[in-house]
Ligand binder design. Sequence first.
Ligand code: HEC
Length: 118
Amino acid sequence: MPGRAVEAAAFIVLFAASGPACRRERKQEGPPYSAARGVVDRHCVGCHSERPTVPAFPIAPGGLVLDTADLMQQHAARIKLRVVQQRNMPLLNKSGMTDDERALIGAWVDSGAIGPRS
Ligand code: HEC
């Protein structure tokens, strides 16, 4: 059946062509940077900032500053460790971080800690 052969060839070509694109897409399946940024703004930068607003911390504890996308990406593994694995940040959870927010941060890190869309 020549039809079958053409179909198979087309499939192979499409499959080969879509390979790298699919891989790129899979990396972006997690929540967008904007969502992770919102959670970190709500629960972290009060202390972990160049200019903390929580009076007890005139400088960022541990020197950890999370003000920019670059810094969040650079510290993604530490963020996940304390927020998702150890669950001991935010400190005493005074801001009431929810399980959904912890899961969102974990998913953002696991999907490659992508930055803002350019
Ligand atoms: C009320 C202040 C406060 C808030 C809010 C806060 N932290 Fe912290 N954080 C601290 C203090 C104090 C330490 C140092 C003591 C410790 O490591 O437990 C710390 C340490 C850390 C460390 C370890 C730094 C290192 O040296 O490796 C990480 C990572 C971290 N925080 C992440 C976060 C994240 C992510 C959030 C938001 C979900 C957050 N923190 C919210 C006060 C805070």
